[in-house]
Design a protein around this ligand. Structure first.
Ligand code: 2IP
Ligand code: CA
Ligand code: CA
Length: 389
């Protein structure tokens, strides 16, 4: 299934292009940043263009994966639904059509006849990403998976608020970006339908850095399938010491700035000075752990969803780490997560909805989570949090 990985890298790059085009092309950018005003209130398309960008990206990924792997088409899910209501109250199913012209015509109906915006968007959707896959290490990979056993979770754009706001923060080497365009990510995760185990993940950061020609992206991938573990990111033990969070005084923890005070206070004593950090975007915080910019990401609320965590979770597992349900770990009497045979205790899975919940909460990571690379550190964090909130 190295073909699937290559395809996901390509579609994620195409998704990143669509995200960049929406900010670069004036007619699309204006729609993206429109504020809700009195006059526009009934024109749902204007307020919801950001949702349309998400829907279009998700459908494009679904279309391209389904075309190459028809066995998977009914098992590709994401944050968005493809049903969209235009300014006239008509419901339109957004799909990627056979030709660019047809897609543009369909998008124009959603965009209340805005041909310019529809044409620009259709062009980006139908453009084949020129992603050079040399040096990614995917060529020699043999991944023992079959498409009919797999499902996919997509978050077309994570940290949408940062994407819309569009602040251009300068990145500092070895430090995370607390907010700004860098936090916006395209997330694609593949899991086993039978067990819900995440086995392959692709993360594309459309706005990684800016050069004189504009924003440039970066992609990351990982595979964790039985004994096959491979990742585009170096394993912690192979990293140059100064680029990692480990080794300094105390742990480094990344959280949402809206995290509970009790959790912040409980973890502060474990952390070194300035090492209790805050950043936007659930996917971006997990990426910070993957890259060693933080030891753990702790979230005490059920405010993330399967599409936020599946892809990045596969990269953590490829590097020997993982992501657990925080509530489950806090209530478990066992401390055996690191012991052989108990590796998967508390690990999040991706195949079972919470049938008692409604809407998006069906697929929430309800018990909160901890993302980690080192399970000894996970233990310390869980031990510290027990009984504290
Ligand atoms: C959001 C986004 C938010 C995050 C939230 C996610 O996804 O990643 O930034 O909150 O949990 O569901 P926070 O930044 O406080 O961690 P989206 O942008 O796709 O709605
Ligand atoms: Ca999200
Ligand atoms: Ca999203």
């Amino acid at each position: 299934m190295a073909d699937l990985l290559k395809l996901l890298l390509r579609v994620a790059e195409k998704a990143a292009n669509v995200a960049r085009v929406c900010r670069q092309e004036a007619p699309l950018f204006q729609l993206l940043v429109q504020e809700k005003t009195g006059v526009d209130k009934n024109k749902k398309f204007v307020q919801d263009f950001k949702t349309l960008a998400d829907v279009v990206i998700q459908e494009m990924i679904r279309h391209d994966v389904g075309a190459q792997f028809p066995e998977m088409i009914d098992h590709i899910q994401g944050e968005e639904s493809n049903k969209f209501e235009n300014g006239l109250g008509e419901s339109v199913i957004v799909t990627v059509c056979g030709t660019e012209k047809e897609t543009a015509a369909l998008l124009a109906t959603v965009l209340d006849g805005d041909q310019t915006a529809a044409t620009l968007l259709a062009c980006a959707i139908h453009q084949d990403a020129k992603l050079t896959l040399t040096d990614t290490g995917t060529d020699d990979l043999h991944i023992p998976l079959s498409p009919s056993d797999l499902g996919i979770w997509i978050d077309p754009i994570d940290a949408t608020s940062q994407y819309i706001e569009g602040r251009e923060e300068a990145a500092v080497e070895g430090r995370l970006c607390p907010s700004g365009l860098q936090c916006a990510l395209v997330l694609i995760g593949v899991y086993l339908r039978a067990t819900g185990e995440p086995v392959m993940g692709v993360i594309n950061q459309p706005f990684n850095h800016k050069d004189p020609t504009g924003w440039k992206g970066k992609h990351f991938w990982g595979v964790s399938c039985g004994s096959v573990k491979a990742c585009s990111v170096l394993r912690p033990k192979d990293r140059p010491a100064k680029t990692t969070a480990a080794g300094g005084p105390g742990l480094s923890v990344v959280m949402s700035s809206s995290e509970k005070q009790a959790v912040k206070e409980a973890l502060a004593p474990l952390c070194g000075p300035d090492r209790l950090m805050y950043a936007s975007g659930a996917g971006y915080k997990i990426l910070c752990v993957i890259l060693g910019l933080a030891d753990v990401y702790v979230l005490s609320e059920g405010s993330t969803f399967k599409w936020d965590s599946c892809g990045p979770h596969a990269l953590l597992r490829a590097l020997g780490g993982g992501m657990v349900d925080l509530k489950e770990c806090l209530h478990s009497s066992s401390s055996s997560h690191c012991q052989v045979g108990h590796q998967d205790q508390g690990e999040l899975t991706y195949h079972q909805p919470h049938t008692e919940s409604t809407g998006a909460d069906h697929w929430a990571n309800q018990g909160g989570l901890v993302a980690y690379l080192n399970c000894q550190i996970l233990h310390r964090v869980i031990g510290e949090l027990k009984g504290k909130f």
